[in-house]
Design a protein. Structure first.
Length: 352
């Protein structure tokens, strides 16, 4: 089986060679589609492949990615971003999977935030597709492919390692221009529009959009994330109760998620309601993340944060052995954490 790896790029001279060096280890064909670079991106791409094409940017990431897919000739197509990195071990896993056939879509973990080199924000993305199935991306921003066919999950993470900050207004501007043209946003686009408004501190507008989104249909994972986003937007406006109500809406959609439990635990902790805070943080530890569910997972909320906070809480209550236990559990996740090391020294001095 032949595997085509497809990228869309613009002004990626700082990272493109790093990504393509990884792709060359498992790809039978590399397709690079440039959307308007003014640096050495195209020249770097041509060192790795003859498959360099040009696409006039039209405020639509799906259109550009689909153009790249259309140029591929392999049995399978895989997408990457220019700032993605894959270890040698995982390059081998990808090559073995592509040679195996027998699937229509392969999902790989996508790590987009790190504590040093340890991934903290991880979720599975559709990554490799059978070309004959004619899969297509949808969505002007945060583009995705609707799943169908036989799906497999491969434990071969793709690390998204940026070296420069992007334009924080890029996605928001694309969606706003779409609205200005009279285009209606579907539910998924509405969810991401609300998030982009939040990220750009347009809190009132974010609340209105997210409330509207939650009143309609949508993917459960996006709905759960919308509840958390709505909490942050309301609290930024000083509307604490509305924020808590937004979090509680998530309980009607699914069992409590660790991030929501930690937010409620933090609120109780600040109010010196230690028993309630302990309840929420201990529940956060029991709620194991479903990484393959496709939702955004911040692994810190599933381990390090509740453990380090429970250490503080049990120390407040004078239950030193429990406090030490939770601190050591936090240290198992992050042995170099200043908070863990400070607590460790604190308990050492107390015991002496």
């Amino acid at each position: 089986m032949r595997l085509s790896v497809c990228l869309i790029v613009k002004n990626e001279e700082e990272v493109l060679a790093r990504c393509l060096s990884c792709a060359a280890k498992f790809a039978d064909e590399i397709i690079v589609v440039d959307t308007g670079s003014t640096d050495d991106t195209v020249e770097i791409a041509r060192k790795f492949t003859d498959g360099v094409y040009f696409f006039e940017w039209r405020d639509d990431f799906s259109a550009a990615r689909n153009f790249a897919f259309e140029r591929a000739t392999g049995d399978y197509v895989m997408w990457l971003d220019a700032d993605d990195v894959i270890t040698d071990e995982n390059c081998l896993k990808i090559k073995e999977l592509a040679n195996s056939d027998g699937f229509d879509m392969a999902y790989l973990p996508y790590a987009t935030a790190f504590d040093n080199d340890k991934p903290t924000f991880v979720y599975y993305r559709e990554r490799i597709m059978k070309r004959s199935m004619n899969f297509r991306f949808e969505g002007a921003v945060h583009e995705a492919i609707v799943p169908r066919g036989k799906r497999v999950y491969l434990d071969a993470p793709v690390f998204h390692k940026k070296v420069k900050s992007g334009d924080p207004l890029r996605n928001l501007s694309i969606l706003q221009r779409k609205i200005a043209r009279g285009d209606n946003l579907d539910g998924r686009s509405k969810f991401y529009y609300g998030r982009e408004l939040l990220f750009n501190k347009m809190y009132s507008e974010s609340c209105a959009v997210l409330e509207d989104y939650l009143s309609g249909d949508g993917w459960i994972e996006n709905k759960l994330e919308a509840c958390v986003n709505l909490y942050h937007a309301y609290t930024a406006l000083g509307k604490e109760q509305e924020g808590v109500d937004a979090l509680l809406k998530s309980f009607a959609l699914a069992p409590p998620r660790s991030d929501v439990c930690c937010i409620l635990g933090e609120r109780a902790m600040k109010a010196n309601d230690n028993d309630t805070a302990i309840f929420w943080y201990e529940l956060a530890l029991r709620r194991k993340p479903d990484i393959k569910g496709g939702g955004f997972i911040n692994l810190d909320y599933c381990g390090f944060i509740p453990n380090i906070q429970l250490c503080v809480l049990y120390d407040r209550l004078g239950e030193r052995q429990k406090a030490i236990f939770y601190n050591e559990a936090a240290g198992a996740d992050k042995p170099d954490s200043p908070a863990y090391l400070h607590n460790k020294e604190y308990f050492k001095n107390k015991l002496n």
